[in-house]
Design a protein around this ligand. Structure first.
Ligand code: ADP
Ligand code: ASP
Ligand code: MG
Length: 470
C-alpha cells in the first residue's frame, strides 16, 4: 500500500514543525508500508522562502544591487537555524549546511547575472524559485535518517517531465510515469522514504520548470498517479478545507467531506488551501484526497471523494479572488452579429490571459468578463485591435473596464436541489448595501459567482458566510 504525503511550507517551516512532520511520516510508514513524501519550501508566516527567492531576483532586475544580498542572508539564517537545531554535529549537519549554502550561493550568482544583464526570463525565475524546495527536502531527509530510517532527498526534475511553459508547466504523463516508477519504486522496495521536492519539474531538455505558485499539491497528486497510490494526503496548517478563508472569516469551520467538483471550484476561485490542478490526477485514478493539519493531526480534516450526484447540504463554502478587472465589450450593433463572443475570447487568448468568469446579457448588447487586473491593459488593447472595424462602424461602442473588483464564489453541489439559495445570498448582501456588479452561475449549479467592488470583499464574504453556516 502506497501513501503520498505532501507537506506545505509551514509544515517544514521550523525545526519544531519538521519534528512533528517527521513523526507523522514515520507513523504513516508503519501503517502503510510505502510512503512517498513531497515537501514545499520552508514557510513561516508571513515569510515564504519561495517569495524571498522570487522577490530577490525581481529586485535585481530593477537595478537594485542590495536587496538580493540581504535576501541571501535571510535565507541563510532561516535554513541554518533549522539545520543547527535539528541535525547533530556528529551526524550530517555539516553536509546539509554545505548543500543549502550551495543553493543560496547559486541564488546570489543568478541575481548578480540578472543585475548585470538587466534580463530575467521565466526560465531563470523557475530555476531561482525552485531552490526553496531543493533546500527543504535535503533537511527533512537528513533528519529522517538521523532518526534511524532510510530516506533520500530527490529533486522532482528527475521524475516529472513537463512542457516548456515556464512558471506554469504541465506534466507529460507518458514520460513522467515510467521515469517516476523507475526512480522511486526501487527505493520503496528497499524500505526507503523518498522525500521529493514539490513545485518543480523539468522539461524534456532537463531544464527546471515549475508547476505554478502553490503547485506542490499538484506534485503530490502527480506522484500519486504515477505510483498507483491508494491515497494522497495534503498536510497544511488548518483543519482541512474550511467554509471560508479563516484569515477573512473568524468562525470558519472545517468541512468533513467535499466532492472533487466542489473542491475544484473552490480552488479555482481562490481558496489557496489546494492548488486547482491537484484534483485531476486523483479523479482520473480514483485516488481519495485528504487535507489535514500538521499541527492538529488528530482532527479528521477534509476528505475529497468522487461526485456521487446526491451531495446534500446546500451551500458549503465561500471564497474570493481579489484584484480583478471586469472588462465589457458593448454596442447596439453587436445584436445578432455571429462570432463576436468567439472573437472576443480569441483576442483574450492571444494575449495569453485567463478568463475567470463570463456573463452576457440576453440582449447580446454586451459581453463582460473578469481577468486579473494587471493584464487588463493588454486585453483592452487586443480587443480594440480585433474590433477596429466594428468600432469605426459604431457597431461596437466601446471596450471598457471596471478595476479593483473581486469575484466572490459560493460552492456546494447540494445548491441544485435547494431553492432560494440565490435569493438568500442577494438579500444578505442587499441588506448590507453591497452592490453586485455581475453574476454567473455554473451550469452544474455547483457554484454561483458574484462580482463586487474589491473594497467590499471581506464584508461580502462574511455576510455570505453567515447565510451558509446558518
Ligand atoms: P501550504 O503551504 O500548507 O500549502 P497554503 O498557504 O498554500 O499552505 O494553504 C493553506 C492556507 O490556505 C490556510 O492557512 C488558509 O489561510 C488558506 N485558505 C484560504 N481559503 C481556505 C479555505 N476555504 N479553507 C482552508 N484554508 C483556506
Ligand atoms: N513553494 C511553492 C510556492 O510557494 C509551492 C507551494 O508552496 O506549493 O508557490
Ligand atoms: Mg499551498
Amino acid at each position: 500500500m502506497t501513501l503520498v504525503m505532501k507537506f506545505g511550507g509551514t509544515s517544514v517551516g521550523s525545526a519544531q514543525a519538521i519534528r512533528e512532520t517527521a513523526e507523522l511520516i514515520l507513523n504513516a510508514k508503519k501503517e502503510w508500508g510505502s510512503v512517498v513524501v513531497v515537501a514545499s519550501a520552508m514557510g513561516t508566516k508571513p515569510i515564504k522562502v519561495t517569495d524571498l527567492l522570487l522577490e530577490g531576483a525581481t529586485s535585481a532586475l530593477s537595478g537594485d544591487a542590495e536587496t538580493y544580498k540581504h535576501t541571501a542572508n535571510q535565507l541563510r539564517q532561516i535554513h541554518y537555524e533549522t539545520i543547527d537545531a535539528l541535525l547533530t554535529p556528529e551526524g550530517e549537519r555539516q553536509i546539509v549546511l554545505a548543500e543549502n549554502n550551495l543553493f543560496i550561493t547559486r541564488f546570489e550568482t543568478l541575481c548578480k547575472a540578472v543585475l548585470v544583464l538587466g534580463e530575467l526570463t521565466p526560465r531563470a525565475l523557475d530555476t531561482v524559485g525552485g531552490m526553496g524546495e531543493q533546500m527543504s527536502v535535503r533537511i527533512l531527509a537528513a533528519y529522517l535518517r538521523q532518526l534511524g530510517h532510510k530516506a533520500e532527498a530527490i529533486d522532482a526534475t528527475e521524475l516529472i517531465v513537463t512542457n516548456s511553459l515556464f512558471q506554469n508547466a504541465s506534466p507529460i504523463f507518458e514520460q513522467t510515469v515510467p521515469k517516476t516508477q523507475a526512480r522511486l519504486q526501487p527505493l520503496l522496495d528497499d524500505d526507503c522514504i523518498p522525500v521529493v521536492t514539490g513545485f518543480i519539474a523539468a522539461n524534456e531538455a532537463g531544464i527546471t520548470t515549475t508547476l505554478g505558485r502553490g503547485g506542490s499539491d499538484f506534485s503530490g497528486a502527480i506522484l500519486g498517479q504515477c505510483l498507483n497510490a491508494q491515497e494522497v494526503w495534503i498536510w497544511t496548517d488548518v483543519d482541512g478545507v474550511m467554509t471560508a478563508d479563516p484569515r477573512i472569516v473568524q468562525n470558519a469551520k472545517s468541512i468533513p467531506v467535499l466532492s472533487y467538483r466542489e473542491v475544484s471550484e473552490l480552488a479555482f476561485y481562490g481558496a489557496n488551501v489546494l492548488h486547482p490542478k491537484t484534483m485531476r490526477p486523483c479523479v482520473e485514478n480514483n485516488i481519495p484526497l485528504r487535507i489535514k493539519n500538521t499541527f492538529n493531526p488528530s482532527h479528521p480534516g477534509t476528505v475529497i471523494v468522487p461526485d456521487n450526484g446526491s451531495m446534500n447540504g446546500g451551500a458549503k463554502a465561500v471564497t474570493a479572488i481579489k484584484k480583478l478587472s471586469l472588462i465589457t465589450v458593448e454596442g447596439k450593433g453587436m445584436l445578432g452579429i455571429p462570432g463576436i463572443a468567439a472573437r472576443t475570447f480569441g483576442a483574450v487568448a492571444k494575449a495569453n490571459v485567463s478568463v475567470l468568469l463570463i456573463s452576457q446579457a440576453s440582449s447580446e448588447q454586451s459581453i463582460c468578463f473578469a481577468t486579473p487586473e494587471n493584464s487588463s491593459d493588454t486585453v483592452i488593447k487586443g480587443l480594440e485591435a480585433e474590433f477596429e472595424e466594428e468600432i469605426k462602424r459604431q457597431d461596437i461602442d466601446r471596450v471598457w473596464a471596471i478595476h479593483d473588483v473581486s469575484i466572490v464564489t459560493i460552492v456546494g453541489a447540494g445548491m441544485r436541489g435547494t431553492p432560494g439559495i440565490s435569493g438568500a445570498l442577494f438579500t444578505a448582501l442587499g441588506n448590507h448595501h453591497v452592490n453586485i456588479i455581475a453574476i454567473a452561475q455554473g451550469s452544474s449549479e455547483c457554484s454561483i459567482s458574484l462580482v463586487i467592488d474589491g473594497k467590499e470583499t471581506a464584508e461580502a464574504v462574511n455576510h455570505i458566510h453567515e447565510v451558509i453556516v446558518a
